[in-house]
Design a protein around this ligand. Sequence first.
Ligand code: 5GP
Length: 209
Amino acid sequence: MANRGLLVVVSGFAGTGKGTIMKKLISEYENYALSVSMTTRAPRPGEENGREYFFVTKEQFEEKIAKDGLIEHACYVGNYYGTPRDYVEQKLEEGKDVVLEIELQGALSVKERFPDSVLVFVLPPSATELKARLVGRGTETMEVIEKRMKRAVEESEFIERYDYILVNDDVDRCTKQLHEMLQAAHQTPKLHEGFIRRLQEELKEITAN
Ligand code: 5GP
């Protein structure tokens, strides 16, 4: 049977390009599964139910919480967002590394509940660059951009609670580095306790006489 996969959490300020990195990671490497979250926010143009999110009503979301069907959930800008449990469990069992792209509160609660999960914070090379990217996207008003920058100030206080940082100066380089990071994370002793115990026993046996 395949080893159980890693639960990977990716967060980052709005405008750091984490979505692009995730898409690239999934398309270029085989061993990843991207979790599709459930949300009560309305779909944006071009978004499809079941692809970007499962779009549900507040009642449906609360029912899911009551049934313990989410591994974490958070309220973000007035809407619920949460990670459905079944898909994550199934893919981890299959040996896939499951990637959650979620905000800070959700990320920290995943770490609390699943201490072996790997938390990655995607950062811009500088604050100036972040602002330039948000302005350059041209999809938000200056007021929204200011709000997002203020939020980045708050979120930046939590960077050190994550296991790894990823500075997005180049999408290709960053995607490769994320993959390498996760490959390395598979090799932590905690994930190989059985093998280590067996080796320890064998060493004792072999040196016993
Ligand atoms: P958006 O509405 O722009 O798609 O997402 C808003 C924020 O919610 C982003 O920071 C995104 O990473 C986060 N998010 C998306 N899905 C989930 C989830 O399942 N749980 C939590 N805690 N945050 C999520």
